[in-house]
Ligand binder design. Structure first.
Ligand code: NAG
Length: 367
């Protein structure tokens, strides 16, 4: 078995998770709403301290597929690997990535081969591969579900979780079993995130379909374990910029991983603006302080604008609470204050994303 580790080392395809390890302090503030008892039980199994907020980073797959090498990664400022394509080795690449203040992610499958069928998977070699990843300095594993032996996801995915923990290195474990077997109900015992859906593609229909499926599992997302409706297609060209605004807004408010999937070497100014809006990222990486609430109004229609209303009882704001509404894509606070509900006009295939800040109770300010 030991000798098998070497040839199999031609593994890989890589992703980089920048903020996979986030602050425990941030979580403390939101833990009251996160079902403390459940969480404690779950973490007694997982217990790797990672994913206190949804992971952020870049992954080569959505743009490059298998066509990656060391230069792609170094020239993006990000990562990828395979000894032929990565002659310096993954350890060296990990050192390089770490020297940039970033973290390195790797990919494998709970099967005999990865999905492309060009790389070996980790089924039956969980301990060896986990040890190898740890020895390279890998910080994140995305673990796919291709080419299995037909045994259950609920057996194959926990195996890698235990193997990763045995290494002693905190490695963010991204379960990718495509939302089968009610993964949201058990994923948090073993992983820091779990895919709730099949693969996204660069279209409006796919993007909405994935976030709609993901929404069914919303109540399972919490610090340490997140629903994953798949990576971002922003910047890959299949949607309009307005649609990409909707894409990242939905991912942000759903506390989904924000993993960039475009070619960051040739990123346009517009795409960069969509991906780097600090107020949108703050919604995703929250909690929002001062009892603020984020609300997204989405017009799914293909033509015509619509008036859309968010009522306080539907978004968890107290009945008499008056708020100010900051439109985070306009970077502007809407005129006046709102009590009971917020209504805005939203163009077709677009959304408005607001952060509401309580400013008192109705009538109170004049009493
Ligand atoms: C993209 O996803 C949509 C919705 O799931 C699906 O209807 C469509 O066939 C997919 N397109 C491709 C090219 O896979």
């Amino acid at each position: 078995m030991g000798s098998y580790a070497l040839p199999r080392r031609s593994l890989v395809l890589f992703l980089l998770a920048a903020a996979a390890v986030a602050s425990t302090a941030a979580w403390a503030a939101s833990s009251s709403s996160a079902g403390g008892g459940d969480d404690a039980a779950r973490r007694s199994l997982l217990d790797n301290g990672l994913g206190r907020t949804p992971q952020m980073g870049w992954n080569s797959w959505n743009h490059f597929g298998c066509n990656i090498n060391e230069n792609t990664i170094r020239s993006t400022g990000y990562i990828a690997a395979d000894p032929k394509k990565f002659p310096s080795g993954i350890k060296a690449l990990a050192d390089y990535v770490h020297s940039k203040g970033l973290k390195l992610g790797i990919y494998s499958s709970a099967g005999t081969r990865t999905c492309s069928k060009t790389m070996p998977g980790s089924l039956g070699y969980e301990d060896i591969d986990a040890k190898t990843f740890a020895s390279w300095g890998v910080d994140y594993l995305k673990y796919d579900n291709c080419n299995s032996d037909g045994s259950s996801e609920t057996v194959r995915f926990p195996k890698m979780s235990f193997a990763l923990r045995k290494t002693g290195r905190p490695i963010f474990y991204s379960i990718c079993e495509w939302g089968q077997r009610n993964v949201a109900t058990w994923g948090g015992q073993y992983g820091n995130s779990w895919r709730t859906t099949g693969d996204i593609n660069d279209s409006w229909a796919s993007m909405l379909s994935n976030i709609d499926s993901n929404d069914a599992s919303a109540s399972y997302a919490k610090p340490g374990g997140w629903n994953d409706p798949d990576m971002l297609e922003v910047g890959n060209g299949g949607m309009t910029n307005d649609e990409y605004v909707v894409h990242i807004s939905l991912w942000a408010i759903a506390k989904a991983p924000l993993i960039i999937g475009c070619d960051v070497r040739s990123i346009s100014r517009e795409t960069l603006e969509i991906l780097s809006n600090p107020e949108v990222i703050a919604i995703n990486q929250g909690p929002l302080s001062q009892q603020r609430t984020a609300v997204l109004l989405l017009n799914r229609g293909a033509t015509g604008s619509r008036q859309i209303t968010a009522a306080w009882q539907d978004i968890g704001v107290g009945p008499g609470v008056a708020v100010e509404a900051k439109n985070v894509w306009l970077h502007a606070t809407a005129p006046g204050r709102f009590t009971g509900s917020l209504t805005a006009e939203v163009a077709a295939h677009l959304c408005k994303l607001f952060v509401l800040t309580p400013v008192g109770r109705a009538g109170e300010e004049r009493s």
